[in-house]
Ligand binder design. Structure first.
Ligand code: ADP
Ligand code: CIR
Length: 339
C-alpha cells in the first residue's frame, strides 16, 4: 500500500497476519473485519483507520482493536479498567486576565452510544430514525437551563445549517473522508439533528459520528462554567438513556480514539508565536495534547488560533483529562507570552 512519506495507519501496523481466522466471523449485528478496517483500506493516509461498527467488535476482533488502542492511547490493555470521576468543577482555577485574553472560547464534549443499537455504519435507516426519536424524547424532558429544542437536519434550511457550522455549534456537513469511508454518513442527513438550549451553550449532536455528543461551550475561558454545565448535563442524560459501557474500555464509541471517557476538552487559543516556530504539535504531544484547526479535526488554523485539547480519553478519569488540558494550556501560554 502506498503512503507517500507517511507512516502506515495503526490498522495496517497491527492487522494480524492470520486474517484467515476472521473471514467467517460476524458479530451478532453482522459486522465483519472488513467493515472495521474499510476506512484504512480506502485512506492510506489514515492515522488509525479503524472503526467499531457495533459494540461487540471491540471484543470479537480484539486481536486488532486491543493493540491499536494500546498504541494510540498509550495504555496497557491487559491492566486497563474503566475509571470515571467527574470531579468538582468549582475547584478549577480561573486563568489570569492576561492568559484568559488569549482564549477565544472553551468547549468540552463527551461521546456516547445508546444501548441496543449498532454504531453509525451498521444502523439501518429505520434504526437511525428510531434512535433519533428516542434521543429526541429524552432531550425534551430536560429542564432549567438545559431545556431547549431539537431540530433534524432535514428540517433546517441550507443557510440555517451553515450559520450554525460557522458558529462552531453544528458539525460539518458530511465532509470527513475517513468517516464517510467507514460508513458513518450512510443515508446522510436522515436521522441526524441537533439540540440546543436557549443560551446556545448546551448542545447535543444526534447521529453524527456517534449516537450522541453532549457538548458544553461558550466564549471566553471559563472552564469552570463549561465543565460544571456539562457534568450537570451528563447526569441528566444518564437518567433518561442507557449508554454502552465496557469493563475495560469505558464508554464505547464508533472511533476507538474516543473510547473511555469519550471526552475532549478544548480551547480555541491564540498561539501564533509557537505555531510560527513549527513546534506546536511536538510541544502539545509532550503534554498529551492535540492541536486541531479552528473548524475541527482535519482543518486549518485561522489567524494563529488553534483548537488545543486532551489527546488521551481512556485510562484516566474525566477530571484528570480536564486538568491535563488546563495545565497544558497554561504552560503553552507561559511559553507564548514568554514568562
Ligand atoms: P469533536 O470535538 O466533536 O471531536 P471537531 O474537532 O470536528 O469534533 O469539532 C467540532 C466543532 O467544534 C468544530 O466546529 C470546532 O471548531 C468546534 N470547537 C471545538 N473546540 C472548540 C472551542 N474550544 N471553541 C469553539 N468551538 C470549538
Ligand atoms: C484517522 O485514522 O486518521 C481517522 N479515522 C481519524 C482518527 C481519529 N483522529 C486522530 O487520530 N487524530
Amino acid at each position: 500500500m502506498s503512503h507517500g512519506n507517511k507512516k502506515p495507519s495503526l490498522t495496517e501496523k497491527y492487522l494480524p497476519k492470520d486474517l484467515w481466522k476472521w473471514l467467517s466471523i460476524k458479530t451478532s449485528f453482522g459486522t465483519t473485519i472488513y467493515d472495521c478496517i474499510k476506512s484504512a483500506l480506502d485512506n492510506p493516509d489514515s492515522n488509525v483507520g479503524l472503526y467499531a461498527p457495533d459494540p461487540e467488535a471491540y471484543d470479537t476482533f480484539a486481536d486488532l482493536f486491543h493493540p491499536v488502542i494500546a498504541d494510540y492511547h498509550k495504555v496497557d490493555v491487559s491492566k486497563l479498567k474503566s475509571v470515571h470521576d467527574l470531579g468538582d468543577a468549582s475547584n478549577l482555577e480561573d486563568l489570569s486576565a492576561e492568559y484568559a485574553e488569549q482564549i477565544v472560547s472553551t468547549r468540552v464534549r463527551v461521546g456516547r452510544t445508546v444501548k441496543g443499537f449498532p454504531m453509525a455504519s451498521k444502523l439501518t435507516r429505520e434504526q437511525r430514525l428510531d434512535l433519533e426519536s428516542r434521543v429526541r424524547e429524552a432531550l425534551s424532558k430536560l429542564d432549567g437551563d438545559l431545556a431547549g429544542s431539537y431540530k433534524s437536519l432535514t428540517e433546517m434550511s441550507y443557510d440555517e445549517r451553515n450559520k450554525l457550522i460557522e458558529e462552531h455549534i453544528l458539525y460539518n456537513d458530511a465532509d470527513d473522508k475517513y468517516l464517510r469511508d467507514a460508513g458513518g454518513y450512510n443515508d446522510w442527513p436522515i436521522g441526524r439533528g441537533i439540540f440546543m438550549n436557549k443560551a446556545k451553550n448546551f448542545i447535543v449532536w444526534v447521529n453524527e459520528e456517534d449516537h450522541i455528543r453532549i457538548i458544553s461551550m461558550q466564549k471566553g475561558a471559563s472552564l469552570k462554567q463549561v465543565w460544571g454545565r456539562l457534568v450537570k448535563a451528563i447526569h441528566a442524560m444518564e437518567t433518561k438513556l442507557e449508554f454502552v459501557r465496557h469493563d475495560k474500555f469505558g464508554y464505547l464509541t464508533f472511533c476507538p480514539t474516543n473510547i473511555g471517557t469519550g471526552l475532549r476538552a478544548s480551547v480555541h487559543v491564540k498561539v501564533p508565536k509557537i505555531a510560527d516556530s513549527g513546534k506546536l504539535k511536538e510541544i502539545c504531544e509532550s503534554m498529551d495534547l492535540q492541536p486541531r484547526g479552528v473548524h475541527g479535526e482535519h482543518t486549518e488554523s485561522v489567524g494563529g488560533v488553534y483548537d488545543i485539547s486532551n489527546k488521551i480519553r481512556i485510562g484516566r478519569t474525566e477530571w484528570d483529562l480536564i486538568n491535563t488540558m488546563w495545565i497544558g494550556v497554561r504552560k503553552l501560554l507561559d511559553s507564548e507570552l514568554k514568562k
